[in-house]
Design a protein around this ligand. Structure first.
Ligand code: 3AT
Ligand code: MN
Ligand code: MN
Length: 508
Protein backbone atom coordinates (compact mmCIF):
# COMPACT_ATOMS: atom_id res chain seq x y z
CA UNK A 1 0.00 0.00 0.00
CA UNK A 2 1.09 3.51 -0.76
CA UNK A 3 1.10 5.95 2.12
CA UNK A 4 2.76 6.52 5.43
CA UNK A 5 3.90 3.63 7.58
CA UNK A 6 1.54 1.91 9.97
CA UNK A 7 0.93 3.44 13.36
CA UNK A 8 2.82 1.72 16.11
CA UNK A 9 1.77 2.79 19.61
CA UNK A 10 4.68 3.89 21.76
CA UNK A 11 5.79 1.77 24.72
CA UNK A 12 4.15 4.13 27.23
CA UNK A 13 0.75 2.91 26.10
CA UNK A 14 1.48 -0.59 27.31
CA UNK A 15 2.25 0.24 30.94
CA UNK A 16 -1.24 -0.47 32.26
CA UNK A 17 -3.22 -3.29 30.74
CA UNK A 18 -3.73 -1.41 27.49
CA UNK A 19 -6.17 -3.91 26.07
CA UNK A 20 -8.67 -3.39 28.89
CA UNK A 21 -8.24 0.36 28.74
CA UNK A 22 -8.77 0.27 25.00
CA UNK A 23 -12.02 -1.63 25.37
CA UNK A 24 -13.16 0.82 28.01
CA UNK A 25 -12.41 3.79 25.78
CA UNK A 26 -14.24 2.17 22.88
CA UNK A 27 -17.27 1.60 25.08
CA UNK A 28 -17.31 5.19 26.28
CA UNK A 29 -17.08 6.42 22.69
CA UNK A 30 -20.01 4.25 21.63
CA UNK A 31 -21.99 5.54 24.58
CA UNK A 32 -21.29 9.13 23.65
CA UNK A 33 -22.32 8.47 20.03
CA UNK A 34 -25.49 6.80 21.20
CA UNK A 35 -26.32 9.79 23.40
CA UNK A 36 -25.89 12.10 20.40
CA UNK A 37 -28.60 10.30 18.47
CA UNK A 38 -26.22 8.96 15.85
CA UNK A 39 -28.03 5.66 15.65
CA UNK A 40 -31.42 5.73 13.96
CA UNK A 41 -34.42 5.19 16.20
CA UNK A 42 -36.47 2.02 15.73
CA UNK A 43 -39.51 4.06 14.84
CA UNK A 44 -37.68 6.01 12.14
CA UNK A 45 -36.23 2.78 10.77
CA UNK A 46 -39.67 1.33 10.16
CA UNK A 47 -40.77 4.54 8.50
CA UNK A 48 -37.75 4.39 6.20
CA UNK A 49 -38.24 0.72 5.35
CA UNK A 50 -41.88 1.44 4.46
CA UNK A 51 -40.95 4.38 2.28
CA UNK A 52 -38.41 2.26 0.39
CA UNK A 53 -40.95 -0.53 -0.11
CA UNK A 54 -43.54 1.88 -1.43
CA UNK A 55 -41.01 3.50 -3.75
CA UNK A 56 -40.01 0.07 -5.08
CA UNK A 57 -43.62 -0.68 -5.94
CA UNK A 58 -44.04 2.64 -7.73
CA UNK A 59 -40.89 2.04 -9.76
CA UNK A 60 -42.06 -1.45 -10.73
CA UNK A 61 -45.44 -0.10 -11.80
CA UNK A 62 -43.66 2.62 -13.77
CA UNK A 63 -41.66 0.08 -15.78
CA UNK A 64 -44.86 -1.72 -16.77
CA UNK A 65 -46.56 1.52 -17.70
CA UNK A 66 -43.65 2.58 -19.90
CA UNK A 67 -43.58 -0.88 -21.52
CA UNK A 68 -47.27 -0.52 -22.26
CA UNK A 69 -46.75 2.94 -23.77
CA UNK A 70 -43.97 1.49 -25.92
CA UNK A 71 -46.46 -1.12 -27.13
CA UNK A 72 -44.46 -4.10 -25.96
CA UNK A 73 -46.41 -7.34 -26.33
CA UNK A 74 -48.37 -8.38 -23.25
CA UNK A 75 -46.19 -11.41 -22.65
CA UNK A 76 -43.09 -9.23 -22.45
CA UNK A 77 -44.77 -6.69 -20.21
CA UNK A 78 -45.20 -9.44 -17.64
CA UNK A 79 -41.42 -9.86 -17.53
CA UNK A 80 -40.56 -6.17 -17.50
CA UNK A 81 -39.27 -4.85 -14.19
CA UNK A 82 -37.41 -2.01 -12.52
CA UNK A 83 -35.94 -1.97 -9.05
CA UNK A 84 -34.59 0.36 -6.44
CA UNK A 85 -31.15 -0.21 -4.94
CA UNK A 86 -30.12 1.53 -1.76
CA UNK A 87 -26.60 2.90 -1.46
CA UNK A 88 -24.92 5.87 0.26
CA UNK A 89 -24.87 6.02 4.05
CA UNK A 90 -28.11 4.04 4.37
CA UNK A 91 -26.65 1.24 2.25
CA UNK A 92 -23.54 1.13 4.43
CA UNK A 93 -25.63 1.13 7.59
CA UNK A 94 -24.15 4.38 8.94
CA UNK A 95 -27.16 6.66 8.59
CA UNK A 96 -29.04 8.47 11.32
CA UNK A 97 -32.48 10.05 11.55
CA UNK A 98 -31.33 13.06 9.54
CA UNK A 99 -29.56 11.33 6.64
CA UNK A 100 -31.10 11.19 3.22
CA UNK A 101 -31.79 7.88 1.52
CA UNK A 102 -29.79 7.36 -1.65
CA UNK A 103 -31.79 5.08 -3.90
CA UNK A 104 -30.81 4.13 -7.42
CA UNK A 105 -33.62 3.44 -9.83
CA UNK A 106 -32.50 0.65 -12.18
CA UNK A 107 -34.71 0.40 -15.21
CA UNK A 108 -35.03 -1.59 -18.43
CA UNK A 109 -33.33 -0.72 -21.72
CA UNK A 110 -36.34 0.98 -23.29
CA UNK A 111 -37.06 3.40 -20.43
CA UNK A 112 -35.27 6.64 -21.22
CA UNK A 113 -33.94 9.14 -18.74
CA UNK A 114 -35.17 12.34 -20.39
CA UNK A 115 -38.75 11.22 -20.98
CA UNK A 116 -39.62 8.18 -18.95
CA UNK A 117 -37.64 8.91 -15.82
CA UNK A 118 -37.77 12.70 -15.57
CA UNK A 119 -41.32 13.07 -16.90
CA UNK A 120 -43.36 9.87 -16.51
CA UNK A 121 -41.90 8.70 -13.20
CA UNK A 122 -41.74 12.24 -11.90
CA UNK A 123 -45.44 12.72 -12.55
CA UNK A 124 -46.29 9.39 -10.97
CA UNK A 125 -44.37 10.43 -7.87
CA UNK A 126 -45.86 13.93 -7.86
CA UNK A 127 -49.38 12.48 -7.82
CA UNK A 128 -48.71 10.55 -4.61
CA UNK A 129 -49.74 12.15 -1.33
CA UNK A 130 -46.55 10.82 0.35
CA UNK A 131 -44.31 12.75 -2.03
CA UNK A 132 -43.40 16.44 -1.69
CA UNK A 133 -40.71 18.90 -2.77
CA UNK A 134 -39.76 17.13 -6.00
CA UNK A 135 -36.76 18.64 -7.70
CA UNK A 136 -35.29 17.39 -10.99
CA UNK A 137 -31.54 17.90 -11.13
CA UNK A 138 -30.94 17.18 -14.79
CA UNK A 139 -27.61 18.71 -15.64
CA UNK A 140 -25.52 17.35 -12.79
CA UNK A 141 -22.66 14.86 -13.14
CA UNK A 142 -25.13 12.33 -11.82
CA UNK A 143 -28.64 13.52 -12.79
CA UNK A 144 -31.27 12.72 -10.19
CA UNK A 145 -34.65 13.43 -8.69
CA UNK A 146 -34.68 14.78 -5.18
CA UNK A 147 -37.89 14.60 -3.13
CA UNK A 148 -39.37 13.78 0.22
CA UNK A 149 -41.27 10.57 0.69
CA UNK A 150 -43.23 10.44 3.93
CA UNK A 151 -41.05 13.38 4.91
CA UNK A 152 -37.79 11.47 4.35
CA UNK A 153 -35.38 13.08 1.87
CA UNK A 154 -34.53 10.87 -1.12
CA UNK A 155 -31.94 11.14 -3.86
CA UNK A 156 -32.99 9.08 -6.85
CA UNK A 157 -30.64 8.82 -9.84
CA UNK A 158 -31.35 6.51 -12.75
CA UNK A 159 -29.38 3.72 -14.44
CA UNK A 160 -30.60 1.94 -17.54
CA UNK A 161 -29.48 -1.64 -18.00
CA UNK A 162 -29.24 -3.58 -21.19
CA UNK A 163 -32.15 -5.85 -20.31
CA UNK A 164 -35.94 -5.91 -20.14
CA UNK A 165 -36.21 -7.44 -16.74
CA UNK A 166 -34.00 -6.32 -13.86
CA UNK A 167 -33.13 -9.06 -11.41
CA UNK A 168 -33.26 -8.51 -7.66
CA UNK A 169 -30.37 -7.10 -5.71
CA UNK A 170 -27.81 -9.86 -5.60
CA UNK A 171 -27.67 -10.72 -9.29
CA UNK A 172 -27.20 -7.18 -10.39
CA UNK A 173 -23.47 -7.11 -9.90
CA UNK A 174 -23.17 -9.90 -12.40
CA UNK A 175 -20.73 -8.55 -15.03
CA UNK A 176 -22.81 -9.80 -17.97
CA UNK A 177 -25.57 -7.38 -16.99
CA UNK A 178 -23.14 -4.53 -16.70
CA UNK A 179 -21.99 -4.46 -20.31
CA UNK A 180 -23.00 -1.87 -22.88
CA UNK A 181 -24.11 0.67 -20.34
CA UNK A 182 -24.14 4.36 -21.17
CA UNK A 183 -21.80 6.74 -19.39
CA UNK A 184 -24.38 8.36 -17.09
CA UNK A 185 -25.91 5.03 -16.06
CA UNK A 186 -22.45 3.78 -15.26
CA UNK A 187 -21.72 6.81 -13.11
CA UNK A 188 -25.05 6.38 -11.34
CA UNK A 189 -24.31 2.72 -10.66
CA UNK A 190 -20.88 3.51 -9.23
CA UNK A 191 -22.32 4.39 -5.80
CA UNK A 192 -24.00 0.99 -5.44
CA UNK A 193 -20.89 -0.81 -6.66
CA UNK A 194 -18.64 1.26 -4.39
CA UNK A 195 -20.69 0.27 -1.34
CA UNK A 196 -20.58 -3.42 -2.12
CA UNK A 197 -16.82 -3.24 -2.75
CA UNK A 198 -16.21 -1.46 0.57
CA UNK A 199 -18.26 -4.07 2.41
CA UNK A 200 -16.12 -6.80 0.83
CA UNK A 201 -12.87 -5.04 1.69
CA UNK A 202 -13.35 -4.22 5.38
CA UNK A 203 -12.47 -7.04 7.77
CA UNK A 204 -15.19 -6.34 10.34
CA UNK A 205 -18.31 -4.52 9.16
CA UNK A 206 -19.61 -3.62 12.62
CA UNK A 207 -16.37 -1.97 13.68
CA UNK A 208 -16.13 -0.18 10.34
CA UNK A 209 -19.66 1.21 10.71
CA UNK A 210 -18.88 2.56 14.17
CA UNK A 211 -15.66 4.18 13.00
CA UNK A 212 -17.35 5.78 10.00
CA UNK A 213 -20.26 7.06 12.10
CA UNK A 214 -17.80 8.57 14.51
CA UNK A 215 -15.72 10.24 11.79
CA UNK A 216 -18.76 11.62 10.01
CA UNK A 217 -20.10 13.02 13.27
CA UNK A 218 -16.73 14.64 13.94
CA UNK A 219 -16.60 16.07 10.40
CA UNK A 220 -20.08 17.57 10.77
CA UNK A 221 -19.23 19.12 14.12
CA UNK A 222 -16.00 20.57 12.75
CA UNK A 223 -17.71 21.96 9.65
CA UNK A 224 -15.75 20.02 7.06
CA UNK A 225 -18.41 17.66 5.77
CA UNK A 226 -19.95 17.98 2.33
CA UNK A 227 -18.71 17.72 -1.21
CA UNK A 228 -20.95 20.50 -2.51
CA UNK A 229 -18.99 23.22 -0.73
CA UNK A 230 -15.60 21.67 -1.44
CA UNK A 231 -15.14 19.54 1.65
CA UNK A 232 -15.15 15.76 1.81
CA UNK A 233 -18.46 13.97 1.27
CA UNK A 234 -19.88 10.67 2.48
CA UNK A 235 -17.99 8.59 -0.05
CA UNK A 236 -14.64 10.16 0.84
CA UNK A 237 -15.07 9.54 4.56
CA UNK A 238 -16.21 6.00 3.78
CA UNK A 239 -12.97 5.25 1.92
CA UNK A 240 -10.70 6.90 4.49
CA UNK A 241 -12.33 4.89 7.29
CA UNK A 242 -12.15 1.70 5.21
CA UNK A 243 -8.40 2.15 4.74
CA UNK A 244 -7.83 2.32 8.49
CA UNK A 245 -9.98 -0.78 9.13
CA UNK A 246 -8.26 -2.64 6.33
CA UNK A 247 -4.82 -1.91 7.76
CA UNK A 248 -5.76 -2.66 11.37
CA UNK A 249 -8.06 -5.69 11.41
CA UNK A 250 -7.65 -6.49 15.10
CA UNK A 251 -8.01 -3.14 16.77
CA UNK A 252 -10.85 -1.74 18.88
CA UNK A 253 -12.86 1.32 17.93
CA UNK A 254 -11.10 3.79 20.24
CA UNK A 255 -7.68 2.93 18.87
CA UNK A 256 -8.96 3.03 15.30
CA UNK A 257 -10.12 6.60 15.81
CA UNK A 258 -6.71 7.53 17.16
CA UNK A 259 -4.98 5.77 14.25
CA UNK A 260 -7.32 7.45 11.79
CA UNK A 261 -6.20 10.91 12.90
CA UNK A 262 -2.58 9.92 13.15
CA UNK A 263 -2.65 8.54 9.63
CA UNK A 264 -4.36 11.49 7.96
CA UNK A 265 -2.68 14.20 10.01
CA UNK A 266 0.58 13.15 8.36
CA UNK A 267 -0.68 11.86 5.05
CA UNK A 268 1.67 13.02 2.27
CA UNK A 269 -0.97 14.49 -0.06
CA UNK A 270 -1.28 14.34 -3.02
CA UNK A 271 -0.34 10.69 -2.55
CA UNK A 272 -3.69 9.04 -3.24
CA UNK A 273 -5.61 7.01 -0.66
CA UNK A 274 -5.94 3.61 -2.25
CA UNK A 275 -7.87 0.56 -1.05
CA UNK A 276 -6.95 -1.73 -3.91
CA UNK A 277 -3.66 -1.65 -5.74
CA UNK A 278 -3.95 -1.43 -9.49
CA UNK A 279 -1.32 -1.57 -12.18
CA UNK A 280 0.02 1.97 -12.01
CA UNK A 281 -0.33 2.72 -15.71
CA UNK A 282 -4.09 2.27 -15.52
CA UNK A 283 -4.87 4.87 -12.94
CA UNK A 284 -6.21 8.10 -14.34
CA UNK A 285 -4.34 11.30 -13.71
CA UNK A 286 -5.37 12.72 -10.38
CA UNK A 287 -6.57 16.28 -10.39
CA UNK A 288 -7.66 16.67 -6.78
CA UNK A 289 -5.55 17.96 -3.93
CA UNK A 290 -6.78 14.97 -1.89
CA UNK A 291 -7.11 12.09 -4.34
CA UNK A 292 -9.19 9.22 -2.96
CA UNK A 293 -9.73 6.07 -4.96
CA UNK A 294 -13.27 5.18 -5.99
CA UNK A 295 -13.81 1.62 -4.74
CA UNK A 296 -16.11 0.59 -7.60
CA UNK A 297 -13.65 1.61 -10.31
CA UNK A 298 -10.17 1.34 -8.86
CA UNK A 299 -8.74 3.24 -11.82
CA UNK A 300 -10.69 6.29 -10.83
CA UNK A 301 -10.93 8.75 -7.96
CA UNK A 302 -13.95 9.95 -6.05
CA UNK A 303 -15.18 13.12 -7.60
CA UNK A 304 -14.01 16.06 -5.53
CA UNK A 305 -14.49 19.82 -5.29
CA UNK A 306 -11.68 20.50 -2.85
CA UNK A 307 -10.20 23.99 -3.09
CA UNK A 308 -6.96 25.34 -1.64
CA UNK A 309 -8.91 26.71 1.31
CA UNK A 310 -10.91 23.60 2.13
CA UNK A 311 -7.75 21.51 1.71
CA UNK A 312 -6.05 23.54 4.41
CA UNK A 313 -9.10 23.51 6.65
CA UNK A 314 -9.41 19.73 6.45
CA UNK A 315 -5.72 19.18 7.10
CA UNK A 316 -5.82 21.45 10.14
CA UNK A 317 -8.77 19.46 11.48
CA UNK A 318 -6.96 16.16 10.98
CA UNK A 319 -4.03 17.54 12.91
CA UNK A 320 -6.27 18.91 15.65
CA UNK A 321 -8.02 15.52 15.87
CA UNK A 322 -4.64 13.85 16.18
CA UNK A 323 -3.54 16.18 18.96
CA UNK A 324 -6.73 15.37 20.86
CA UNK A 325 -6.70 11.60 20.38
CA UNK A 326 -3.05 10.60 20.37
CA UNK A 327 -3.10 9.88 24.10
CA UNK A 328 -6.52 8.34 24.21
CA UNK A 329 -5.45 5.88 26.93
CA UNK A 330 -4.56 8.71 29.29
CA UNK A 331 -6.58 8.46 32.53
CA UNK A 332 -8.25 11.87 32.18
CA UNK A 333 -9.00 11.51 28.46
CA UNK A 334 -12.50 12.57 27.32
CA UNK A 335 -13.96 12.00 23.83
CA UNK A 336 -16.16 15.09 24.21
CA UNK A 337 -13.32 17.42 23.24
CA UNK A 338 -13.02 15.75 19.86
CA UNK A 339 -16.60 16.61 18.95
CA UNK A 340 -16.59 20.20 20.10
CA UNK A 341 -18.25 22.30 17.39
CA UNK A 342 -15.87 24.43 15.36
CA UNK A 343 -16.20 28.03 16.48
CA UNK A 344 -16.52 30.34 13.48
CA UNK A 345 -16.87 33.41 15.65
CA UNK A 346 -13.51 32.65 17.28
CA UNK A 347 -11.67 31.84 14.10
CA UNK A 348 -12.82 34.61 11.78
CA UNK A 349 -13.43 38.27 12.33
CA UNK A 350 -15.81 38.73 9.43
CA UNK A 351 -18.15 36.70 7.30
CA UNK A 352 -19.94 36.81 4.09
CA UNK A 353 -23.59 36.43 4.88
CA UNK A 354 -25.72 35.20 2.04
CA UNK A 355 -29.45 35.39 2.51
CA UNK A 356 -31.78 33.74 0.07
CA UNK A 357 -35.47 34.33 0.22
CA UNK A 358 -38.58 33.99 -1.82
CA UNK A 359 -42.05 35.45 -1.43
CA UNK A 360 -43.41 31.97 -1.93
CA UNK A 361 -42.47 29.04 0.28
CA UNK A 362 -42.85 26.51 -2.51
CA UNK A 363 -40.38 28.35 -4.69
CA UNK A 364 -37.63 28.73 -2.11
CA UNK A 365 -36.30 25.19 -2.54
CA UNK A 366 -35.71 25.57 -6.27
CA UNK A 367 -34.06 28.92 -5.79
CA UNK A 368 -31.79 27.73 -2.98
CA UNK A 369 -30.88 24.63 -4.99
CA UNK A 370 -29.97 26.72 -7.99
CA UNK A 371 -27.84 29.17 -6.00
CA UNK A 372 -26.07 26.31 -4.28
CA UNK A 373 -25.16 24.86 -7.64
CA UNK A 374 -23.27 28.14 -8.32
CA UNK A 375 -21.77 28.57 -4.88
CA UNK A 376 -18.58 26.74 -5.72
CA UNK A 377 -17.84 29.28 -8.45
CA UNK A 378 -18.32 32.05 -5.91
CA UNK A 379 -16.02 30.34 -3.44
CA UNK A 380 -13.30 29.88 -6.06
CA UNK A 381 -13.61 33.48 -7.14
CA UNK A 382 -13.38 34.82 -3.58
CA UNK A 383 -10.45 32.52 -2.95
CA UNK A 384 -8.75 33.95 -6.01
CA UNK A 385 -9.35 37.51 -4.83
CA UNK A 386 -8.64 37.08 -1.13
CA UNK A 387 -6.27 34.17 -0.87
CA UNK A 388 -8.79 31.96 0.83
CA UNK A 389 -12.47 31.47 1.48
CA UNK A 390 -13.66 28.98 4.07
CA UNK A 391 -17.24 27.91 3.57
CA UNK A 392 -19.44 26.94 6.50
CA UNK A 393 -21.66 24.00 5.56
CA UNK A 394 -24.34 24.81 8.13
CA UNK A 395 -27.45 26.62 6.96
CA UNK A 396 -29.54 28.96 9.06
CA UNK A 397 -33.03 30.38 9.03
CA UNK A 398 -33.45 34.07 9.65
CA UNK A 399 -36.40 34.30 12.01
CA UNK A 400 -36.57 38.09 11.59
CA UNK A 401 -37.52 37.81 7.98
CA UNK A 402 -41.16 37.27 7.17
CA UNK A 403 -40.48 35.63 3.84
CA UNK A 404 -39.32 32.01 3.78
CA UNK A 405 -35.54 32.16 3.73
CA UNK A 406 -32.28 30.45 4.32
CA UNK A 407 -28.99 31.99 5.38
CA UNK A 408 -25.51 30.80 4.50
CA UNK A 409 -22.34 32.10 6.12
CA UNK A 410 -18.80 32.04 4.89
CA UNK A 411 -15.70 32.71 6.92
CA UNK A 412 -13.84 35.34 5.00
CA UNK A 413 -10.84 36.51 6.84
CA UNK A 414 -9.16 35.95 10.14
CA UNK A 415 -8.12 39.00 12.11
CA UNK A 416 -4.91 39.47 10.18
CA UNK A 417 -6.56 40.73 7.01
CA UNK A 418 -9.52 42.92 7.73
CA UNK A 419 -9.74 44.72 4.47
CA UNK A 420 -12.18 42.55 2.62
CA UNK A 421 -15.04 44.63 1.38
CA UNK A 422 -17.98 44.54 -0.90
CA UNK A 423 -15.80 45.02 -3.96
CA UNK A 424 -14.98 41.34 -4.20
CA UNK A 425 -18.62 40.48 -3.90
CA UNK A 426 -19.45 43.06 -6.51
CA UNK A 427 -16.95 41.38 -8.74
CA UNK A 428 -18.78 38.10 -8.21
CA UNK A 429 -21.85 39.70 -9.65
CA UNK A 430 -20.01 41.29 -12.51
CA UNK A 431 -18.84 37.81 -13.44
CA UNK A 432 -22.46 36.80 -13.58
CA UNK A 433 -22.14 33.93 -11.18
CA UNK A 434 -25.76 34.34 -10.20
CA UNK A 435 -27.46 34.93 -13.51
CA UNK A 436 -29.39 32.53 -15.65
CA UNK A 437 -31.96 31.33 -13.14
CA UNK A 438 -35.09 30.38 -14.99
CA UNK A 439 -37.40 29.64 -12.10
CA UNK A 440 -39.73 32.08 -10.39
CA UNK A 441 -38.63 35.03 -8.29
CA UNK A 442 -36.02 34.62 -5.64
CA UNK A 443 -33.76 37.14 -3.99
CA UNK A 444 -30.22 36.95 -2.75
CA UNK A 445 -28.55 39.36 -0.40
CA UNK A 446 -24.89 39.32 0.40
CA UNK A 447 -23.37 41.18 3.27
CA UNK A 448 -20.03 41.30 4.94
CA UNK A 449 -20.92 40.67 8.56
CA UNK A 450 -18.97 40.86 11.77
CA UNK A 451 -18.12 37.92 13.99
CA UNK A 452 -20.56 39.16 16.62
CA UNK A 453 -23.35 38.69 14.11
CA UNK A 454 -22.62 35.04 13.69
CA UNK A 455 -25.68 32.96 14.59
CA UNK A 456 -25.48 30.75 17.64
CA UNK A 457 -27.83 28.08 16.47
CA UNK A 458 -28.73 26.37 13.27
CA UNK A 459 -32.32 27.50 13.13
CA UNK A 460 -32.10 31.12 14.17
CA UNK A 461 -29.83 33.91 13.06
CA UNK A 462 -29.35 35.07 16.62
CA UNK A 463 -31.59 38.02 15.95
CA UNK A 464 -30.19 40.28 18.69
CA UNK A 465 -27.14 41.43 16.80
CA UNK A 466 -28.10 40.88 13.24
CA UNK A 467 -30.56 43.62 12.50
CA UNK A 468 -29.26 45.81 9.79
CA UNK A 469 -30.45 47.85 6.91
CA UNK A 470 -31.23 45.66 3.98
CA UNK A 471 -31.98 47.21 0.67
CA UNK A 472 -33.20 45.21 -2.24
CA UNK A 473 -33.08 46.75 -5.65
CA UNK A 474 -34.84 45.34 -8.64
CA UNK A 475 -34.48 48.12 -11.13
CA UNK A 476 -37.93 49.61 -10.98
CA UNK A 477 -38.72 49.81 -7.34
CA UNK A 478 -36.56 50.12 -4.28
CA UNK A 479 -37.68 48.41 -1.19
CA UNK A 480 -35.89 49.30 1.99
CA UNK A 481 -36.45 47.32 5.10
CA UNK A 482 -35.36 49.22 8.17
CA UNK A 483 -34.81 47.44 11.41
CA UNK A 484 -34.24 48.89 14.82
CA UNK A 485 -30.48 48.49 14.93
CA UNK A 486 -27.80 49.48 12.47
CA UNK A 487 -24.59 47.67 11.89
CA UNK A 488 -21.98 49.57 9.98
CA UNK A 489 -20.65 47.69 7.02
CA UNK A 490 -21.21 47.07 3.40
CA UNK A 491 -24.14 45.44 1.86
CA UNK A 492 -24.70 44.29 -1.62
CA UNK A 493 -28.25 43.50 -2.53
CA UNK A 494 -29.36 41.67 -5.57
CA UNK A 495 -32.68 40.54 -6.80
CA UNK A 496 -33.38 38.17 -9.60
CA UNK A 497 -36.75 39.02 -11.00
CA UNK A 498 -38.05 37.68 -14.28
CA UNK A 499 -34.53 37.50 -15.60
CA UNK A 500 -33.72 41.16 -14.77
CA UNK A 501 -30.89 41.50 -12.35
CA UNK A 502 -29.44 44.61 -10.80
CA UNK A 503 -27.13 44.96 -7.87
CA UNK A 504 -26.40 47.83 -5.58
CA UNK A 505 -23.73 48.54 -3.05
CA UNK A 506 -24.87 50.39 0.02
CA UNK A 507 -22.80 51.51 2.96
CA UNK A 508 -25.20 51.64 5.85
P1 3AT B 1 -24.84 11.25 4.06
O1 3AT B 1 -25.11 10.46 5.27
O2 3AT B 1 -26.00 11.33 3.12
O3 3AT B 1 -24.23 12.58 4.35
P2 3AT B 1 -23.66 9.58 2.02
O4 3AT B 1 -22.49 8.69 2.06
O5 3AT B 1 -24.99 8.93 1.83
O6 3AT B 1 -23.63 10.46 3.32
P3 3AT B 1 -24.32 11.32 -0.22
O7 3AT B 1 -25.75 11.18 0.09
O8 3AT B 1 -23.78 12.68 -0.45
O9 3AT B 1 -23.39 10.66 0.90
O10 3AT B 1 -23.93 10.48 -1.50
C1 3AT B 1 -24.50 9.24 -1.73
C2 3AT B 1 -23.61 8.38 -2.57
O11 3AT B 1 -23.36 8.95 -3.85
C3 3AT B 1 -22.25 8.11 -2.00
C4 3AT B 1 -21.47 7.74 -3.20
O12 3AT B 1 -21.66 6.39 -3.54
C5 3AT B 1 -22.06 8.62 -4.27
N1 3AT B 1 -21.25 9.82 -4.35
C6 3AT B 1 -21.55 10.99 -3.75
N2 3AT B 1 -20.59 11.89 -3.98
C7 3AT B 1 -19.66 11.27 -4.74
C8 3AT B 1 -18.40 11.67 -5.31
N3 3AT B 1 -17.94 12.90 -5.10
N4 3AT B 1 -17.68 10.77 -6.03
C9 3AT B 1 -18.16 9.55 -6.20
N5 3AT B 1 -19.33 9.10 -5.69
C10 3AT B 1 -20.07 9.95 -4.97
MN1 MN C 1 -26.78 10.00 1.62
MN1 MN D 1 -27.50 11.85 -1.16
Amino acid sequence: LIGPSLYVPGPALFLVDPRRMEIERSMSLLQLMDGEGLMPSAEEEIKRRNAIDKLSKIVMEWSKRVAYQRRLPGSSIRDVSAIVLIYGSYGLGVHNDESDIDALCVGPCFATMAEDFFIVLRNMLASRPEVSDILCVKDARIPLMRFKFDGIPFDLPYAKLNAISIPENKDLLNPSLLTNIDEISWRSLSGVLANSRIIQLVPNLGVYQSLLRCIKFWARRRGIDGNALGFLGGIHWAVLAALICQRQPNVHLGALVSIFFHTFAFWPWPTPVILEDMPQNNISIQTSLMPIQLPSSPNDYCYSNITRSTFNRIRKEFLHGHTLTKDFLRPDFDWKLLFEPFSYAKNYSRFLKIRLSSPNKDELGDWVGWVKSRILSLILMLEELQGFCDPNPTEYIDTDLLEPNIVLFWGLNPARSNNIDADSIKEAFSKNIFTGYEGPTGSIELKVAKASEFPKTKTSSGSKGTRACWRIVDGNQQRTALYSKHIPGYFVGYLVHDGNAVFSNVAS
